[in-house]
Structure formats: C-alpha cells, structure tokens
Design a protein around this ligand. Sequence first.
Ligand code: G3P
Ligand code: MG
Length: 227
Amino acid sequence: MLVIAHRGASGTQPENTLVSFRKAIELGAEMIELDDHLCKTGELVVIHDYSVNRTTNGNGFVSHKTLNELQSLDAGNGEKIPTLHEIFELVSGKAKINIELKGKHVATETATLIMAAIQEKKWKAEDFVISSFHHRQLSEFHALIPDVPIGILYKRHPNGYQKLAHKLNASSINLSINHVNANLVEEIHQNGLQVWIYTVNSEEEFEKVKAMSVDAIFTNFPERFIS
Ligand code: G3P
Ligand code: MG
C-alpha cells in the first residue's frame, strides 16, 4: 500500500512547510501531498486554508496577500509558507507529488508550472498526481496536460464517479475514511480505478482500510506506516 505524507510529515512538523516535506522524504515517503492556492501577486503557494489564520501568525485571506507579505509570516517553528516552485526544487525527483488544487482558479497556473518542470528539469508527468474536490478544476487541468494522473476527491459518497473518471482518464478515487466500505472499494476496483483514503493516522484506522485492500493512504504520520 502506498503511504502518502499528508501535508508532509505534518503530525510532527508544521503542515505544508519545507521542513515538513523534507522530513517526509527522510522518512522514506514515496509521495507527498500538498494543497495549493494563488496569492495576490499570482504565485502558487502551498497552504491548506483560504486564510492564513490557523497555520501562521498572520490574519486574512491568502488571495489578498502578496508573496512577500505571505512569506514574512511564521508558518510554525519559524518556517515560511512555501511556493509550489520551492517544493519542486526541494523534492527534485526524491518523491512524487500529489498536488491538491485547493484554491480557486489554480488549475492553469499549476499546469504551467508542471509543464515547465517537465520540459526544463527531469520531471515526468507520472511524478505528479493532481487531485481536487473542485471537479471543474480537474477538467481544466486535464485539458492542459492529459498525461498527468488524476485523483478525484470526494468528501462523501462518490456519486457518479464512473462518468467523471472516464472523462478525466482518472487513476484513483480519493475518499474519506468516514465514507468508505469494503463493497464500495470492490466496486471502484472493478471499474479499473484505485482507491486512496484520507486521513489515516491511527493503527486502528490503518487496519480497517488495509482489510478493504485500498491502494493508498494519506497520513500525517508517515513514520507509523512506512515499512
Ligand atoms: O487529498 C487528501 C486530503 O488532503 C483532502 O483533504 O482537507 O486534508 O486537503 P484536506
Ligand atoms: Mg489536501
């Protein structure tokens, strides 16, 4: 089972920061997950929420702040909010990256950055996975770079996933641990798709989803499950 470091090694490090992703790679994570947003000056930044309030010492919306303003904030233990480009430089082939399109209108800019990484660096399309709860953004992204694998995120039951998965040539259906059961996993597998589960942090949760033969888990504690 693939163990994906959710927001990095975010159970022990400040989430979505360089130190969190560096730790995840040191722990042997084959894939990291991050969330991206556009800031006021047009750069893609890596942060989960629409506002900086929860994860930094600042206040206000990410989209209302310049990159300089965002990077002057403390995102925990003196860490800065990283740009997506900074994460590419850090990871540099040592792991795959699952980019969750979190903010509004991030699909085009994310595709542009990935395209540059593929053309100018040694990245390959399959070094990335793009996922989102915003299914329209997945369609926009897929139209720009069809080779990059897609994971369709659902908060609850994945109604109508077959049609969308076909349209996006998706590789996985990404479900909450609270809305998965063995029958659903089997059905999704029969449709030729993988099942990835967020967020699995305890041994009990791990055993539950392992028994369902899911293909990957997102965890804040990769050290607990990477063997
Ligand atoms: O992609 C899995 C997971 O990250 C989705 O939820 O809120 O943690 O971004 P969230
Ligand atoms: Mg996420």
